[in-house]
Design a binder for this molecule. Structure first.
Ligand SMILES: Nc1ncnc2c1ncn2[C@@H]1O[C@H](COP(=O)(O)OP(=O)(O)OP(=O)(O)O)[C@@H](O)[C@H]1O
Length: 331
């Protein structure tokens, strides 16, 4: 892990957070959650269970009725909301770019408010556009309507990161783009996380997305009641109660393939894979190994560390690896 990037992040504590809207709707009953510095925590749960309300209390777009929110140990429920929002990146479904400002101006919004000089803003904008894969010379002068949905989402992400916030809030960030682009954006998000490690709270409806992007997943039921808070692997292997079991559904066995790595020991001798068997890299997931078997119609793969074959894994071994991962203590 990149230590310098890690220092940019801050832990978040939600302490008995509560929101009752003026009409009496209890959106959030009482939620407590510890989010480690630099981690991505996903809030997931049925429609209307209070996910967005929780997220929007963190940047004070919504005022909590009770409870505290600590960022880096400081209670932000008493901070000036405008100042606070400048230190928190916020990415929403339809991006919310300013339509009459070009990409450069959109990305520079918060640095401008913070009074950075033009040169510093321009340098930062170029750096961020590069980071999200939009070449500045080509895209900086464009207006939002001259971009695809996925490109707009990238600009939104660059804008959220512009002033180097310690915290990033993302509300259904990828749900407005088509499935192929969504997958690409998710992959980019994972890649970006290697260099820009912000403490992130991400709201989604999509369990696959939660499993792919989350370090931890908080499953909520109505009134933002916390049903389980666990790593993706733990959640799928050991749903904490009936609600979570129903929520993760019957596909959880299949999904576990994506969050479980090929075992490092106990592999068969390479020869057992047979001549011409597909090769997967050591450290790949069971899903990648099983996918390679299905794609080639073979019953085994060769596991390779760099250029060196280290063993063979059969379809039956995949099942055994899944079963033994379930009894191991949580990662
Ligand atoms: N301004 C408001 N006034 C009254 N009730 C509200 C208000 N905003 C949201 N609610 C209610 O609070 C509850 C939680 O809403 P919230 O948007 O946080 O849920 P959500 O889990 O994000 O939903 P979705 O997944 O459908 O976006 C819902 O019952 C909603 O109808």
């Amino acid at each position: 892990m990149d230590v310098t990037a890690k220092t940019d992040a801050a832990p978040i504590t939600l302490d008995r957070l509560r929101k009752v809207y003026p009409d009496g709707t209890v959106a959030v009953g009482e939620l407590s959650l510890e989010i480690d510095s630099g981690e991505v925590t996903v809030l997931i749960g049925p429609s209307g269970c209070g996910k967005s309300t929780v997220l929007r209390m963190v940047n004070r777009l919504i005022e909590p009725s009770d409870g505290r929110i600590l960022i880096d140990g400081a209670d932000v429920t008493t901070a000036d909301p405008v100042q606070l929002r400048r230190t928190i990146g916020y990415v929403i479904q339809n991006v919310g770019l300013f339509p009459h400002q070009n990409v450069r101006a959109n990305v520079g919004t918060v640095p401008r408010m913070l009074g950075w000089d033009r040169k510093r803003i321009a340098e930062r904008t170029d750096e961020l556009l590069d980071l999200v894969g939009l070449e500045p010379s080509r895209y900086a002068a464009r207006y939002p309507h001259e971009l695809s949905g996925g490109q707009r989402q990238r600009v939104g992400f660059a804008r959220a990161l512009a002033a180097d916030p310690k915290v990033l809030l993302m509300d259904e960030p990828f749900s407005a783009v088509d499935p192929i682009n969504r997958g690409r954006l998710q992959d980019e998000f994972l890649r970006l996380r290697e260099s820009v490690r912000k403490t992130t709270i991400l709201v989604t409806h999509d369990l696959q997305e939660a499993i792919k992007l989350g370090d931890r997943i908080a499953v909520l039921s109505d009134h933002a009641q916390l049903q389980q808070y666990a790593t993706p692997a733990e959640l799928l292997a050991r749903p904490g109660n009936e609600f979570v079991e129903r929520f993760v559904g019957e596909d959880r066995g299949i999904m576990r393939l994506s969050v479980t790595s090929i075992p490092t020991d106990g592999l068969r001798p390479v020869e057992e894979a047979g001549e011409g068997a597909p090769v997967v890299a050591a450290g790949s997931t069971l899903r990648e190994a099983f996918g390679a078997m299905l794609a080639t119609g073979r019953g085994a793969v060769v596991v390779q560390d760099g250029d060196t074959p280290v063993g063979a894994l059969t379809a039956a071994d995949v099942q055994v690896a899944l079963a033994s991962a379930a009894v191991r203590p949580a990662a």
